[in-house]
Design a protein around this ligand. Structure first.
Ligand code: AMP
Ligand code: MG
Length: 427
């Protein structure tokens, strides 16, 4: 059985301090408390793109099914090749891909073969057409040393053997996986059901697009970044709009969300401001803890599970500042949501040279907005985008990666290596 209360989880950490929690502790507590959803659905192969595979894919066939040629050329018996003088072979037939010939060349004979053509029995090597010394009417001549036995022959089962696991459960299906599964002739696969995630913004100062911006107000941007990040993760989303800093409205919104989704994400109201009723209501609705995390941007974070009318949902109360929302989402909520989806998707840090010197206080994790580029010497380097204030979305928009400066790190000198995580990959 899983840990049932947050207290069970946090008591495993000897030096647990909610008011000075290292990033890695918060990540671990969240990971240990989260439980994956269990429902599975079968979908047509194309619909599985970006979904989480719910069971291992076992290959029903070997791929390729037959030994075949990797080149357009001539299939031959390696034993016929002379090491000291030219070898002349009689070309007795032509084999096309998809049309097995049944031909069995005898010693001294060869077969013209196309890429993917099934290797005739007895042949073990293919000389590419362009490497043949001379091609006559019915013979070819091969110069010594142009080919070794076994060259350009693809073996049956070289990609996959029948009965072996082609893809492990938990993998997020990418284009290559679609192709691999198609190569096995499988039309439908089991995937985890989509996660349902509700989110809303809190704050009396927030206005939605289309509303006039009164003095002292700001447009709500968090619901848009959250929309983007959750959609990219493949969640079914419920945008609950803006909720006023009002206890009854907050309670109603949290209850409605809780009764309808797997996870609820809020932004704002989790620090110590006077109008921040959010924490109080969250605490009343379930098992929720409030952290001050050793990080920048970010710091306040609410996490736990709330209950309403017999239903429960995991809760992430993110800070209000627009960049803090994104960083808290990327480094806490994202991994938790992936875990809820049953996905195996580690975050990959890569080391890159820092173009400039970076100021960094030891004792907290800093996530700086970076631009990874190639300098005039052709080397990869990262530089920090403009102002790193936690409300400055523009520098987040300009960035293509986050520079992760770990707890123990201090100032970084120009030219030293730092960890970065890219916003975009290939797939
Ligand atoms: P809070 O955590 O509620 O104290 O909010 C911190 C800062 O973030 C304040 O300046 C808020 O105005 C701003 N903020 C909170 N929520 C949003 C939002 N949804 N969109 C843009 N700014 C926000
Ligand atoms: Mg607020």
């Amino acid at each position: 059985m899983k840990n049932t209360t947050l207290n069970d989880v946090t008591s495993c950490l000897s030096d647990y301090d909610p008011d000075a929690l290292p990033v890695r502790h918060a990540q671990r507590i969240i990971n240990d408390f989260i439980t994956p959803v269990s429902a599975i659905e079968k979908v047509a192969l194309r619909s599985a793109l970006d979904r989480v595979l719910a069971a291992d894919i076992i290959s029903p066939i070997s791929v390729p099914a037959h030994d075949n040629s990797a080149m357009d050329g001539y299939a031959l018996r390696g034993a016929d090749l002379s090491e000291s003088s030219a070898t002349t072979l009689k070309a007795i037939a032509t084999v096309y891909a998809g049309r097995p010939s049944g031909i069995v060349p005898q010693p001294g004979e060869c077969v013209r073969i196309m890429t993917g053509g099934v290797m005739p029995e007895g042949c073990d090597s293919v000389i590419p057409q362009e490497h043949v010394g001379s091609i006559g009417e019915t013979t070819i001549t091969i110069t010594p040393g142009t080919i070794r036995t076994g060259d350009n022959r693809r073996f049956a089962g070289e990609d996959l053997l029948a009965g072996s696991a082609a893809i492990a459960k938990g993998k997020i299906i990418r284009p290559a996986d679609l192709g691999l599964i198609a190569s096995l002739g499988i039309a439908e696969i089991p995937v985890m059901r989509r996660l349902r995630v509700a989110f809303f913004s809190t704050g009396d100062e927030l206005r939605s697009i289309g509303e006039p911006l009164e003095a002292g107000c700001v447009y709500d941007s968090n619901r848009y970044t959250l929309f983007g990040m959750l959609t990219r993760l493949g969640c079914d989303i419920v945008d609950m709009g803006i909720v006023r800093d009002d206890p009854a409205a907050l309670e109603q919104a949290l209850r409605t969300a809780c009764e309808n989704v797997d996870a609820v994400i809020t932004s704002g109201g989790v620090s110590v401001g006077a109008a921040d009723y959010t924490k109080q209501i969250m605490a009343e609705l379930g098992d929720v803890t409030f952290w001050k995390i050793g990080m920048r941007p970010g710091r306040p974070l609410a996490f736990g599970r709330i209950n309403s009318n017999g239903k429960s949902a995991f809760l992430f109360g993110l800070p209000g500042n627009p960049v803090a929302v994104m960083v808290s989402f990327y480094f806490f909520a994202r991994a938790a949501l992936l875990r809820m989806m049953g996905a195996e998707a580690p975050q990959l840090l890569v080391k890159v040279k820092s173009a400039g010197a970076l100021r960094k206080k030891p004792g907290r994790t800093e996530y700086q907005r970076g631009i990874l580029s190639t300098n005039e010497h052709g080397e990869q380097q990262v530089r920090i985008t403009g102002s790193q204030g936690s409300g400055i979305l523009r520098s987040m928009s300009e960035a293509n990666c986050m520079v992760v400066l770990h707890d123990e790190q201090g100032n970084v000198a120009a030219g030293h290596m730092v960890d970065v995580i890219l916003f975009e990959g290939l797939a």
